[in-house]
Write a protein that binds this ligand. Structure first.
Ligand code: ADP
Ligand code: MG
Length: 457
């Protein structure tokens, strides 16, 4: 085996003909990738790949990052789960929750509370802030108050919700295997024997009720009505304002002992929230008043959603950083908005159930023009595709329901239009770019089949 230097930078590695799979070879401190180059007499010749250059270019990116000054002072403060110490424009809700929960500091059970409002109105932040202060106070006074916070949407099942509550009072239960009634009995027993008062915050409780009904809520509210000495207060948080209509009358009267409503923020309230967060998260002068106003205004368009305003500013800040710009500019905000919209739509598309995908694929290929299509036309196209894929089609009524869901997700636009002597009919158009639907579904075989129907025909 011989290693020759040819010129200053090129080296060659020569091997007998049976060696043709040479991969790497250490040379000094750097690793070289060797590639078969050719044969000369009875020797194979390998040439080094430009690995060192590749490594250098990675280093350049890392060094650039380390040497550049970010416009963020503390990026963590822009994380979605960060809860600041002050929550502007939520004093009223903070005071209400604190005064309802205060009796627990004297080990008196407080009323159950129903907290509701649209997404991004501060329900989670306010509830967690008050709960954490209550925990500090009860620790200071050695009051045996325990607080359990569960996000029902993330927990997913009743069993997981219950096991998280149990673990928050120091009770371990197996991952699976017990009946819910058995878990509840053990929880009750632990609360009785320890004399603890438990405050259970069930966040996004609407997801639980939508998926599994209100049985667990009923069982939890019953604990206090039983003769046991266990003390449990419930705080249910809902993004869905109509949840109450779906609760059993007994659950409703027990859970909604007190109600705290979170109204959407106005653009000027969002401006104040952003300003406080900018002072924590960004360097001085990195975000102008005009840019703050723009973020607040864009987030207030649908409903005053603080999460949307903060996300918009964070993504705009990241784009400005990547541009090496010392400040966030309006174009960063507009670009951030487009990017977030793209992510929102592609997330929504990716999580659609199969039949909704087939319907959308049909819409992509139908020649909708400016008039859009009627539910009947969409249903015909959908049935054709189902036949092709050997699926049993859903009823027209069900497809019409799916179209309404797609409308509320912003993926299609359904409008009642007058159609002369036939009265008013619903015309449906795609609200997203057809390429986006194609791009997202092309990775999924079944949907691709639905999408490619025209080609097959
Ligand atoms: P909800 O639970 O109502 O959907 P969140 O409490 O999760 O809303 O709030 C969404 C985001 O906005 C969180 O990052 C939260 O910290 C922030 N936020 C909401 N309200 C305020 C406020 N008044 N001041 C500061 N930040 C807020
Ligand atoms: Mg929330």
């Amino acid at each position: 085996m011989a290693l020759n230097e040819v010129g200053a930078t090129t080296c060659w590695r020569i091997h007998p003909p049976n060696h043709n799979t040479l991969r790497t070879c250490a040379q000094g401190n750097s690793e070289l990738d060797w590639k078969y180059w050719g044969a000369s007499s009875n020797l194979n010749i390998f040439r080094p790949q430009n690995t060192t250059k590749k490594l250098e270019s990675i280093d350049v990116i890392f060094d650039e990052f380390l040497n550049s000054t970010s416009i963020f002072r503390d990026r963590e403060c822009m994380r979605p789960d960060y809860i600041p110490n002050t929550l502007p424009h939520r004093n009223q809700q903070i005071s209400r929750l604190s005064s309802i929960m205060a009796p627990t500091l004297r080990l008196t059970r407080c009323s159950n509370i129903f907290v509701y409002g649209k997404t991004g109105t501060g329900k989670t932040a306010v509830s967690r802030l008050v709960a954490s202060r209550l925990r500090d106070k009860s620790d200071e006074n050695s009051t045996p108050v325990r607080i359990s916070y569960v996000n029902c949407r993330i927990a997913g099942t009743e069993y997981r919700i219950l096991s998280q509550i149990c673990s928050d009072v120091g009770l371990t239960i197996p991952f699976t295997g017990l009946a819910a009634s058995e878990v509840l009995a053990r929880l009750l027993c632990t609360l009785e024997s320890t004399g603890r008062l438990l405050i259970t915050i069930l966040d996004e409780v609407d997801a639980l009720v939508r998926g599994r009904g209100d049985r667990l809520l009923y069982e939890l509210t019953r604990i206090n009505e039983s003769n046991s000495k266990a003390k449990l207060s419930l705080i249910g948080i809902s993004n869905d304002l109509t949840l109450k209509d779906r609760l059993d009358a007994r659950v409703l009267s027990s859970l909604c002992g007190e109600e705290v409503v979170f109204t959407p923020y106005t653009a000027s309230e969002l401006y104040d929230i952003l300003q406080e967060r900018i002072a924590l998260a960004f360097r001085d002068g990195a975000v102008s008043q005009a840019v703050t106003k723009l973020c607040a205004a864009r987030a207030a368009v649908e409903h005053g959603d603080a999460r949307r305003a903060l996300d918009l500013l964070r993504v705009a800040g990241e784009l400005a950083d990547r541009d090496h710009s010392p400040e966030v500019l309006e174009r960063h905000v507009l670009l951030a908005e487009r990017r977030m919209e793209y992510d929102r739509v592609s997330d929504a598309l990716r999580t659609l159930p199969l039949h909704a995908r087939i319907i959308l694929c049909g819409l992509v290929d139908m020649d909708l023009g400016t008039h859009g299509a009627s539910t009947g036309e969409i249903y015909d196209e959908y049935k054709k595709r189902c036949r092709l894929l050997s699926f049993e089609p859903l009823t027209q009524r069900r497809v019409s329901g799916i179209l309404s869901e797609l409308d509320s997700m912003g993926l299609v636009n359904a409008k009642l239009e007058s159609s002369g002597r036939y009265g008013r009919t619903r015309r449906i158009r795609l609200s997203v770019a057809p390429e986006m639907v194609r791009d997202t579904f092309s990775r999924d075989l079944l949907s691709s089949a639905a999408l490619g129907e025209k080609l097959v025909r």
